[in-house]
Design a protein around this ligand. Sequence first.
Ligand code: HEC
Length: 266
Amino acid sequence: MRKKLLATVVGTAAVLAASSMTSAQELNFDEYRQMLRDGNPAELFEMEGEELWVTARGPKNATLEQCDLGLGPGVVEGAAAQMPRYFADTDKVQDLESRLMTCMETLQGIDSKEIIDGRFRQGERGKVAAIVAYVTGQSHGHKINVDLSDPKVKDMYDLGEKAFFYRTGAMDFSCASCHSQDGLRIRATGLPNITTPEGAAEGWGSWPAYRVSNSQFWTMQHRLWDCFRQQRTAEPIFGSDVTIALSVYMAGKGNGGEAVWPGVKR
Ligand code: HEC
């Protein structure tokens, strides 16, 4: 049984999506999650992203190799673990996705509007996701290390905390309605208590992730978009301040925890 499921995971995740629920129910969920990690198809996205990083593209026909993710132009290793962070050139606290938009626009001439108004997994926004897979993979195993001593980052943390507890929408839910209790689980996905350092590190440190159930790779922007939807509230604008503030809150609270990027989820 175990061998069979493992082979399915490594082989075709799509097949697993169809068969996983019955198999998973017979398994211990921790064991199931470990097996998923052993054959994470996110590697394919990492490879695509690495290729995109070094490929000359856009109206300016340039690569992303001079992109500054906070540790200097072109430094990728460990950079994601220290994001979101404040960038002087844009005078903004940026998460990885919004920073990549800046690099793509300034270096390659790719209009951010195309990404902001685009759709997940398609066009330039889809390419951003692959690059996110590559960049976060270069922080795999690093400790989450967001600089809350920077006042601009701290401001965003405070805003993110407010947003996290802000009740809105038809159901009057906040993020906290679903993410402030220990030991919750929906199907095979643990619902971490994001108001604790351990839970915040678990949530922040495991996205972006490959989702076996639909064979899709989702960045944190995509994860948040879906949670806004679960909260029955207005769709957030891609890369907007509220999404970045929520990320700063989760990352900052999770400081010191381990990033297992890219993750793999049911
Ligand atoms: C109605 C309940 C609900 C609300 C409200 C909600 N979420 Fe979620 N959240 C979920 C569920 C369910 C999952 C797991 C989804 C899955 O794997 O399909 C999840 C997953 C997550 C994860 C990933 C956790 C992990 O370890 O994989 C993060 C981070 C997260 N939510 C953040 C938020 C934030 C921030 C908000 C507020 C904007 C929010 N959520 C609002 C239900 C909710």
